[in-house]
Design a binder for this molecule. Sequence first.
Ligand code: HDE
Length: 721
Amino acid sequence: MKEKDPKITENAKLADLAQDKSDGTNQFMTTDQGVKINDDNNSLKAGDRGPSLLEDFILREKITHFDHERIPERIVHARGSAAHGYFQPNAEAKKYTKAGFLQDPNSTTPVFVRFSTVAGFRGSTDMARDVRGFAVKFYTQEGNFDLVGNNVPVFFIQDASKFPDLIHAVKPEPHNEMPQAASAHDTFWDFISLMPESMHMIMWAMSDRAIPRSYRMMEGFGVHTFRFINEKNESNFVKFHWKPKLGTHAVVWDEAVKISGNDPDFHRRDLWEAIDAGNFPEWELGVQVIPEADEHKFDFDLLDPTKIVPEELVPITIIGKMVLNRNPDNFFAETEQVAFHPGHVVPGIDFTNDPLLQGRLFSYTDTQLSRLGSPNFHEIPINRPIAPLHNNQRDGHMRQEINVGRVSYHPNSLGGGCPYQAKIAEGGFASFNERIDAKKVRERSDSFADHFSQAKLFYESQTAVEQDHIINALRFELSKVEVPAIRERMLGLLSQIDKKLAESVAVVLGIPVPKSPEKPMNHGVGADDEGKQEPKPLVKYAQTSDALSMIKNKHNSDTIETRMVAFLCADGVEGASVNTMKNTLEKEGATVKIIGTNSTVLKTAEGKELKVDHNLLTVSSVLFDAVFIPAGEESVNRLKEEDKIPEFLNDTYKHCKVIGAERDGIDLLNEVDFITTLSEKKLIEHGIITNDEEQNDNFATDFITAMKQHRFWIREKPLKN
Ligand code: HDE
């Protein structure tokens, strides 16, 4: 650990989990009944070549337990990774909420956070084009609060009733279970092309937000509008935002595809290794606060989960920070068994009538009943609150708690009325008493009917490079669609966001954009009696929002902390060249990996040993943020012999990452295609930082300045059409 964080040992949840930890070090092996085992290698047989005996309770127990090791994976968000940490508020939220964990800037609350992809199975690649889950469990003194969000602030659908349809459409197709962890197939786009309300989300999902560089470099969003309730019982609407300290960054699509092959655990490994090295990921928690009185002030409905509240309309107030500082001890016990629920709220936080949120409030307990097997899933160590828990819920599969006494009902006199209800002043939860006066209807509010304005806002807020990436993603996804009518419908919908966008996608599909797009079917596929739920034509949002672009986003940081730099080395590399660059990069918080032509140590030109982190055979440039070729004639000559080098450097260039080369190192660049197209002057402009002087104090800092730019988009050719 680089840094000892005192809060690791102070964390009440970790102390709670410690009671259940088991460690076999220096212990005898036993059966599940505690009987010491004398032979774990041979089953009991009638003679050494004879049949096994049913009597062998040791074999039976071992095999039976193994047979039942698996539980159903999550129906969505099956693939995930998690970490422990803490949350610390500042003084800002106090005036809006009475939630205890948001009051005292000197307090910390333990958290457990699980990041995930949505569509892929548990063993699928981390690098799928997909939304990422961002679920945070706060173990507060007043009970658990779960903020179960995503890395995208909106959702595909407006009403919970469409969720099973959406998920059936995006998951592998039911007849052949293909494709895995991918939306590029007919059923997904068939559904989407019939659901214009998904257009805003589609813009996000086709953007580079859906291929993050790291879980540590993602924003998180509560998506729905929630409520904060203060001591005076005043309600304010809130939208939750997580802002990563390292900025919001992504990879490019070609890189994502190659990472999936090179290291399908890319995000999981990144999170694990960062925490293990003491580089604790950190986010600020922010809220957009909207007074009750302003509920109807906007051109969109606050209850509509396909809409954002642009930061330019309502700025974000930072209310605290979260630090993840400890990896789980056991993946299954913690990451797999953790059960989040947007309905886990504490006094001071409440729901709104967002129809997607309302449906979620049912789904998350329900799903645990089949996934974890019993209504007692709250007793699993990772799920149990650190707040005291007493009620009259009893029994059920795998009950752990031993409730004493005769009484399991309320009201009672035999138990002295205990456990007793808490008054609001004593911390009892009371739902916000919103006035509802309405007819029972199966309808969608007219205020939900504009599906294109914010899709357009998002698209128009992107830089040209980001727009090109969206176009390319749509070209790729829709080219994988086999049924022409689906592609046409999609072009019709895209043309309502932006004509040029639709035309640009159409060029590659080889079909024209429909002149008058077929009227998209909507909400129950045209089943509403009066036709009043048709999507409205686009009306508003001439402005753009920089916060929506990862390149323009003002929250983005220019740090290179924790970024990975590959040093390409072989025997004869100049130790001084390696060390100067390494030391300067490490001072900035970057991580250097020596990539060698063998797996153990290299001999430097100075005759010293240089430890190799990875054999060139096992890595690829997509696993790094930048590449450096140190000086050393012999080293460079040896690297020239390696088949992998041209691909390594060409990919680094193609993915717009910084390349550095010193003296003889520059010679290696002559092995690659891109160098011929660049004049010496253009090298720096294109993020290729070279040094041919013996002594150049600026070189390492120039390399770092270039890395702070993250990518040199100038290398990408703008799309012609
Ligand atoms: Fe979920 N979602 N969801 N979801 N969701 C689940 O719960 C569901 C939605 C989100 O790391 C499931 O325990 C419905 C929006 C995350 O364990 C399930 C609807 C957002 C995770 C479920 C939604 C999310 C889940 C599957 C529409 C962002 C992973 C396993 C009405 C705000 C949590 C489970 C983890 C997981 C249902 C929509 C986020 C089936 C019915 C919107 C991050 O209950």
